[in-house]
Design a binder for this molecule. Structure first.
Ligand code: MG
Length: 408
């Protein structure tokens, strides 16, 4: 048995309710697929959930007819976690129930979030998860800032509930898995319909704790919300995501790559062709140095590795110049609010002698990364005849990269 009070929050499954049809938007495109800041709303939301380390599974519940569209989007934007799309139900509650049915049995907590809340920050999600871990059920909420009246159909005010007791409840909401599963099943059997999961869980008899939500965590419902979300996302891209990566202003990343020698191939290292009898085997141009640098840069930003973004099963990457991967890695980390400060890398090989080519490699790597060559250092060493490199089976490279928060 795991200790329910333990500090770590692994074993969290996220269920994303993406069932809306967008009737209020008068748009033929369902609102979760409308674009803000150049990306579908659903993708913004899933990316922020996927970036949350405790989350180990993501299930998106959406109308069956929209699944191919969502899968195509996720296919073009690989993330840390594989995204599972499942058909939802007739109501939001039923959709969440369908999503929960696909959650792995070993998940301790289930976090439910709306697909159309793309601007939710990491701290809000963590607050909800921590409270759910402790109390069993938690939701993000904001104290009401306006007076809320109970009003009859006739328009007459019936009652003025005390404002200090009124909160607008948002998602994310999180629950111990057993609590949410049994509440949804009981509600399904009894025909009870709540406006959110916290209502269903409370109806089922389990207390729910409200923790501070975020005013930025808007639910995109009206056309005006798209403009507001666009503003919020650009604010986030300008630097807020730096705090989303933690409080540190700097991040360091490491990259290691190995390639075997192969006859009949060009030897490319650091974007420079080096005259030699053999080249390196690989799907792309097999530039081990560029690959190690790419992994260091992506790794520092917490964006996975080169294999995630450029799988060797993708024919588009065949024989591709690896400097292009570097350019794109730089764009990705800049989009996440980081800039590269410096890179240091070492080639490990017995032959050929690469010292005369190091300045050219430095120049080419610096160009691809948008850096001054002074911020890129390339070294080479033999392994004194030891290891695979020493036996001349191939070449390896190691790199580290330092990233800093983007300057406004
Ligand atoms: Mg490689």
């Amino acid at each position: 048995m795991r200790d329910p009070d333990r500090k770590d929050l692994s074993g969290v499954a996220a269920v994303i309710a993406a069932g809306g049809t967008g009737t209020r938007m008068k748009s033929r495109v369902p609102k979760q697929f409308l674009e803000i800041a150049g990306k579908p709303i659903l993708l913004h939301t899933i990316e922020s959930v996927s970036a949350l380390e405790p989350v180990s599974q993501i299930v998106v519940a959406l109308p069956a007819e929209h699944i191919p569209r969502a899968e195509a989007i996720f296919g073009r934007h690989p993330m840390r976690l594989e995204i599972r799309c499942v058909p939802g139900g007739a109501t939001r509650q039923e959709s969440v129930r369908c999503g929960v049915a696909h959650v792995r049995a070993d998940a301790d907590l289930i976090m439910v979030h709306d697909a159309v809340r793309p601007a939710c920050d990491r701290d809000t999600m963590l607050r909800v998860l921590q409270a759910a871990r402790k109390k069993g059920a938690a939701a993000a909420g904001l104290p009401a800032t306006e007076t809320i009246q109970r009003v009859a159909r006739s328009g007459r005010v019936l009652a003025t509930p005390p404002r200090e007791e009124l909160y607008a409840i948002q998602t994310p909401q999180a629950f111990r898995a057993g609590i949410l599963r049994s509440a949804l099943e009981r509600a399904h059997e009894a025909g009870f319909s709540g406006t959110d999961e916290s209502s269903v869980v409370r109806w089922a008899g389990h207390p729910v704790t409200v923790v501070a939500g975020s005013p930025d965590n808007i639910k995109i419902t009206r056309t005006l919300d798209l403009d507001i979300a666009e503003l919020l996302m650009s604010k986030k891209a300008r630097g807020k995501s730096v705090s989303a990566m933690g409080e540190s202003k700097f991040r360091v990343g490491q990259g290691i790559d190995y390639h075997r020698f192969a006859p009949g191939r060009k030897l490319i290292l650091g974007g420079v062709e080096i005259p030699f009898a053999k080249g390196l085997q690989g799907h792309s141009d097999a530039d081990a140095l560029a690959h190690a640098v790419c992994d260091a840069v992506l790794g520092a930003a917490g964006l996975g590795d080169i294999g995630l973004h450029y799988p060797d099963t993708d024919p588009r990457n065949r024989d591709r110049c690896s400097l292009e991967f570097l350019k794109e890695a730089r764009e990705k980390i800049e989009a996440a609010g980081w800039t590269i400060r410096n890179v240091d890398a070492t080639l490990l090989l017995e032959r050929p002698r690469v010292a005369p080519h190091l300045p050219a490699m430095r120049q080419r790597l610096a160009e691809s990364l948008g850096l001054d060559p002074a911020s890129v250092n390339i070294k080479a060493t033999t392994t004194e005849g030891m290891n695979a490199e020493g036996r001349e089976e191939g070449i390896s490279a190691q790199a580290i990269a330092l990233l800093g928060g983007k300057q406004e």
